[in-house]
Design a protein around this ligand. Structure first.
Ligand code: HEC
Length: 646
């Protein structure tokens, strides 16, 4: 072949390779989870000088051979703010196999797992090994092609002569224009079976509308919390580009648990094929096609009491929600009108105005809380409401006991929606005729000593609770404020084995939710539940009130909380012989945030300053076995003694 022919051929190849994303097209925002289940969103990196994405595929020799160079370029340019990702759109790879490949080949760069292939398709990806450089100033692709001219199939030059990627980054960093926007890449062709398919034939009537009805209409209907109603094809077509965006960025449906970890009640995440179908339908122009419009009669009414006529309805005082602004959490309390203790077997919360109630928590206390008790105080937690999760039915064999007297207490989260609203939310309770055999308990894994460093994008803190007896776990509820970034609950067995129970890769303060396990989980005696919360105190976090601040614990949203609530019961606690000791549990709770290294020994150095001062003079007597740290029983013994001495 002549040189001229070769050049022509490569031009032809290059232009087909980028057919679906012309060089001047804007790259739309997207979010994906990586091989470790961590969340990455493109537009979060809006202030980076450049974003580099290498297309990865397991078993591709070109990718493997290029890794060392890619990492070297990463090491050279990430100190200057350039961000590096890999993207896997392969049909045949999944999170586990990608994690295994990453382990085997030392990939320490996030590999974004493009399960639905939508991101690879829209970026015009053709082969693994290709790199894309995105310029966040314009969100255009500044360069796509090979990193350099070193690698071809079965041939490797000793050293590259041209360094396209590094040259592009130098140009972007210096504000110069980039030489060539695209070059022909070498690597393994990726199978995108949907790429050239005609998506005009996706049926609105039979496929799209039923999918929306099941997953979106529960909120997006008249009187619901969704800001617009999915009440007709016309509405859906008008919002179609926005539907594509919220699905690609994983904002909707608002369900924040990693779908690869555990199964939970009321899960509304769209399946991967559903995501593909919905986005392809939008990209095909949201065709109406033939057939009736199922959304015309969908979700007409809300049922107040889906569980039937309640035994007690508690109405909250009316609350005026302004048209705009931010409303702090409200903590109303209502005197308990009952003249006897009751066993609650089920509960429902019916918001007065569903459009403004973002979440609600309800419980009972034996004494009416004082005016300055800003927090929700629950001796007996009952139910958490989130749109689409309004009722709880406790397992047949257990319930929550509410003694007579005291009050029902609430935490209310209201969001203004552009018009003033008056809300009267009601709590409905259903009583058991007989005491159930077991007692449902509610507790929190927390760390009130938290201090988040200024400007830290991923400050990580943990706390654990060790179960002294066997227990059964029913639900988990991660909570943080505006800086919350991600959260997870792990079960650590007495033999050290660790199991991830819930992962929330992108925590969202706006959506407080309890994740109820479809299969309650046994926790053996000595098992530990470890709660990890990560905070984004950087300027990139759009919700961050002040990145320069060192953030302490506090109930207000400008402070932070490490707070993982759980619902569980002791396996062998019977309602006719309760043994749960809340004070003892609280001491274990404290131990679990102080014992940082989790070695089951609380050293003086791990104690908060005031406690250390108290313990220091007689530490040797308290540390009975003299191993330099307090085990949990030594600690509880010492704390109880100190209290009794006061
Ligand atoms: C649990 C209730 C709920 C469900 C389920 C839900 N949405 Fe939403 N949606 C909302 C709320 C509330 C907003 C307003 C923005 C916010 O608060 O995050 C919203 C906003 C939107 C928006 C506008 C985005 C904007 O600019 O704020 C679109 C589009 C959307 N939703 C699409 C969907 C689709 C598609 C589904 C189903 C796949 C869905 N939603 C499921 C509650 C819900």
């Amino acid at each position: 072949m002549t040189r001229a022919l070769l050049t022509m051929l490569s031009l032809v190849l290059a232009s087909t390779a980028i057919a679906s994303t012309p060089a001047d097209a804007r790259v739309d925002d997207f979010a994906l989870l990586d091989q470790r289940g961590e969340y990455h969103q493109l537009y979060y990196l809006k202030d980076a000088p450049a974003i580099v994405i290498m297309v990865q595929g397991n078993g591709c020799p070109i990718v493997r051979a290029g890794l060392a160079t890619f990492k070297a370029i990463r090491d050279a340019y990430s100190p200057r703010g350039v961000e590096f990702w890999m993207l896997n759109s392969n049909l045949q790879d999944d999170r586990d196999s990608i994690a295994a490949e990453a382990n085997a080949f030392g990939i320490d760069i996030p590999v974004l797992v493009d399960e639905a292939q939508l991101i690879g398709e829209s970026l015009g990806v053709v082969r693994t090994g290709e790199v894309l450089v995105i310029d966040p100033k314009t969100w255009q692709i500044a360069y796509r092609g090979p990193m350099n001219d070193q690698l071809t199939y079965e041939r490797t030059k000793p050293a590259p002569k041209a360094n396209y990627l590094a040259d592009t980054l130098d140009a972007l960093l210096d504000g110069r224009s980039v030489d060539a926007a695209s070059r022909d890449a070498v690597g393994c062709l990726i199978n995108f079976p949907e790429r050239n398919r005609d998506h005009q034939s996706i049926s609105y009537s039979e496929t799209i509308a039923p999918m929306l009805e099941a997953n979106c209409v529960p909120c997006h209907r008249e009187g619901g919390i969704g800001p617009w109603t999915m009440s007709s094809y016309r509405m859906v077509r008008g919002f179609a580009p926005m539907i594509r965006e919220v699905v690609r960025t994983k904002r909707m449906p608002p369900w924040h648990a990693d779908p690869h970890v555990g199964t939970f009640e009321g899960d509304r995440t769209l399946s991967t094929p559903d995501i593909q179908t919905l986005v392809h339908w939008v990209e095909a122009g949201a065709p109406r096609g033939a057939g009736p419009d199922p959304l015309a009669d969908a979700g007409r009414t809300f049922e107040d009491w889906p569980l039937g006529e309640p035994d007690l309805v508690v109405s909250l005082p009316a609350f005026e929600v302004p048209a705009s602004g931010v409303v702090d959490y409200q903590y109303p309390a209502v005197t308990n009108p009952l003249d006897r203790g009751v066993w609650v077997r089920a509960a429902t919360i019916a918001p007065g105005d569903r459009a403004v109630v973002h979440h609600a928590l309800a419980g009972a206390v034996t004494e009416l809380p004082g005016e300055d008790d800003l927090d929700a105080v629950f001796d007996n937690y009952l139910i958490g409401y989130a749109p689409g999760a309004e009722s709880i039915v406790y397992p047949d064999d257990s319930g929550v006991f509410v003694p007579k007297g005291g009050a029902f207490t609430f935490q209310m989260h209201y969001t203004p929606v552009g018009r003033p609203a008056t809300d009267v939310t009601r709590l409905a309770l259903y009583f058991a005729d007989q005491p159930p055999p077991h007692i449902m308990r509610h507790h929190v894994v927390l760390d009130p000593t938290i201090h988040i460093a200024p400007n830290d994008p991923a400050y990580t803190d943990t706390a654990y609770i060790e179960f002294e007896r066997a227990a059964i776990l029913y639900s988990m509820f991660p909570h943080a404020h505006y800086r919350g970034r991600s959260a997870k609950f792990e079960l650590i067995y007495p033999d050290g084995r660790k199991e991830l129970l819930l992962s929330v890769p992108k925590y969202d303060f706006n959506w407080q939710r309890e994740y109820r396990l479809t299969q309650p989980r046994s926790i053996p005696a000595g098992g530990r539940l470890l709660y990890t919360s990560v905070y984004d105190n950087s300027a990139r976090n759009p919700g961050n009130p002040d990145p320069a601040r060192e953030v302490p614990w506090g109930l207000q949203s400008w402070d932070e909380m490490l707070y993982g609530a759980i619902m569980f019961r002791w396996q062998d606690e019977r309602s006719d012989a309760p043994f749960h000791d809340p004070r003892r549990f609280e001491l274990r709770q404290m131990y679990g945030f102080m014992d940082r290294d989790m070695n089951g020994k609380l050293e003086l150095s791990e104690m908060p300053p005031r406690m250390r001062q108290g313990f220091e003079p007689h530490f040797d007597t308290v540390d009975r076995n003299g191993d330099g740290g307090l085990d949990i029983d030594e600690y509880i013994g010492a704390m109880r003694q100190r209290v009794s001495q006061r």
